[in-house]
Design a binder for this molecule. Structure first.
Ligand SMILES: O=C(O)CCC(=O)C(=O)O
Ligand SMILES: [Fe+2]
Length: 534
């Protein structure tokens, strides 16, 4: 018997200092992320050949969740110099065939740039030890590239904008980002560089910079962005010959461009401003943001890659940090597509690591959200199965036969309702062979467990629209058939509930009729597979 309970607690991964420490570490990483938010993000756009039908840029709101971003046509740059009014044209990437896409024309562009200065106080300084580059002001050239065509601006908006909260900007409820072309920069090998600096904001509404690296081969030239002791390196050299690569960061980020050892690194810089108009929600995995550029990515990747973290799998629960109308009639349409800030960061990191992740509402039960772990301090405790006497049953047997249990479960429809649900919970707890939240919710509906008070968070089967209902005095509110849900015990909660929405209101008939409202909070649930399956 002693051996059994030890096995059970090991299998649950709970009450082990290591597991608790890792959860704590994840909690602190997320808190840091929420405080600092993401300070930078970046991505890649492939360049297709300049075929007859120009590739149409994607429209916001019509990306399928798996679609790759639309490739760009080759990028044209047109310019003229003061001495010579003839317009010149360069097409990148170089095709080596047409004159306008040849090395001599690229060299002409580099030669026509002015030596780049940098701002120090009120002065513009020319010091090639500090910045060795050429630049062309936006009034002197035109380009066929626009970042709005590729969803770059909307994506940057979602990652960087939510944490901007100056008094002026907070008065803009539907604020969005606009990018204004600023300069073209040319850094050439063997010695082009720009040492550590902070960009000078051009107005009080400027919140950051966007750098777009055009397809032109070079070596070296890493862009290194730093913020509050965190560093992200954009190494664009490897794919420089045939892709457009970009990065956006807050104005207060220090950044530098390491030495370009060969080739020409041609970038367009844009100033990012906060403006008023309305934006819509669109799916996350649109391939525009590369989750690997998000500062939290490597922490979560390390955690998930560690065999001793949730070795048998488990569910991480993270309450959303921003408020969403998750019980409105539009919720299904707007979530998870409309997640913002650290929420979109976490969601897309889990998704890109192949982890099943969903946004679902969790219902309060008597003012609490997670009856099994009420403190949120990660004082994890072993789950005890209420109303179920496990004495005399061989847990060891169940643990050793997860697969069998699973297949037994999936054919459990011939079992009576309660028995079926009990089997499922046991599968979750003792085998941790979780197939996914949706799978669990689909089969273990509220109706099946209505006669049982199980522990665990009461998770909605979907983003239900707010509704009203009537039910009898003896019924528990969550038993009302308006809010389909089920108790999911064993979720490892990493953060606390933050923004409640009304889930449903009810009229409870009794000696006196009363009206009550139940609330729910939206949470990100990530199903971590057992180590041998991730
Ligand atoms: O070219 C780049 O990567 C960025 C240039 C830059 O930092 C600037 O122009 O301020
Ligand atoms: Fe800069």
């Amino acid at each position: 018997m002693e051996q059994q309970s030890q096995l059970a607690s090991e299998d649950l991964g709970q009450e082990q200092p290591d597991f608790v420490n890792r959860c704590r570490w994840l909690k602190h990483s997320i808190e840091r992320q929420r405080q600092a938010a993401s300070f930078t993000c970046g991505g890649t756009i492939l360049v297709g050949s300049d075929n007859k039908e120009k590739t149409e840029p994607p429209l916001s709101g019509v990306h399928s969740s798996t679609s790759a971003p639309c490739p760009s046509s080759p990028v044209s740059i047109l310019w003229a110099t003061c001495n010579d009014s003839t317009a010149r044209k360069l097409v990148l990437p170089l095709d080596g065939v047409s004159q306008e896409s040849s090395t001599p024309v690229l060299q002409q562009l580099v030669a026509d740039c002015d030596p780049a200065t940098f701002g120090r106080g009120q002065e513009d300084i020319l010091d090639t030890e500090y910045r060795k580059a050429g630049k062309m002001d936006h009034g002197h050239f035109a380009t066929s590239f626009h970042p709005a065509d590729f969803g770059i601006i909307e994506n940057v908006e979602r990652i960087l904008l939510p944490s901007i909260s100056t008094a002026t900007d907070n008065q803009m409820p539907f604020r969005k980002l606009t990018a204004e072309l600023y300069k073209l920069n040319a850094y050439s090998g063997p010695s082009g560089l720009f040492r550590k600096h902070v960009d000078t904001p051009r107005s009080k509404h400027q919140i950051g910079s966007l750098v777009v690296c055009l397809p032109s081969a070079f070596q070296g030239g890493d862009l290194v962005v730093q913020h509050n002791g965190q560093t992200v390196v954009f190494d664009w050299s490897m794919r420089s010959s045939n892709t457009i690569q970009w990065a956006a960061f807050y104005s207060d980020c220090e950044h530098e461009i390491k030495q370009i050892t060969s080739g020409d690194r041609i970038t367009l810089t844009y100033n990012l401003f906060v403006t008023e108009p309305v934006g819509g929600a669109f799916p996350l995995s649109n391939g525009i943001i590369n989750p690997k550029t998000l500062p939290l990515y490597s922490s979560i990747e390390t955690l998930v890659g560690d065999p001793s973290f949730m070795e048998k799998g488990g569910v991480l629960g993270i309450y959303c940090s921003h408020a969403y109308p998750h019980s409105s009639s539009m919720a299904e349409e707007h979530l998870p597509g409309g997640l913002k800030g650290s929420d979109v960061v976490l969601y897309s990191i889990f998704e890109s690591l192949g982890i099943e992740v969903s946004v679902l509402p969790v219902l309060e039960i008597e003012g609490e959200y997670n009856s099994d772990i009420p403190s949120f301090e990660l004082k994890l405790r072993s789950y005890t199965y209420p109303g179920q006497d496990l004495k005399g049953k061989s847990l060891q047997g169940n643990i050793g036969r997860d697969r069998e249990l699973l297949s037994y479960d999936s054919s459990a429809s011939d079992l009576s309702g309660d028995e079926c649900v009990e089997r499922r919970w046991r599968t979750l707890f003792f085998s941790r062979r979780v197939c996914g939240i949706q799978d669990l919710l689909r089969t273990a509906t509220k109706r099946e467990i209505s006669t049982q008070r199980l522990e665990g968070a009461l998770v909605g089967t979907g983003l239900h629209e707010y509704d009203t209902t009537t039910f009898g005095q003896d019924m528990e509110p969550e038993e009302a058939s308006v809010w389909r849900s089920c108790h999911l015990p064993g979720i490892t909660w990493i953060t606390e509930p933050k923004h409640q929405e009304m889930a449903f209101s009810y009229i409870a008939y009794g000696n006196e009729a009363s009206i009550g409202t139940q609330y729910s909070c939206a949470a990100i649930l990530a199903v971590i597979p057992p180590f041998d399956r991730r």
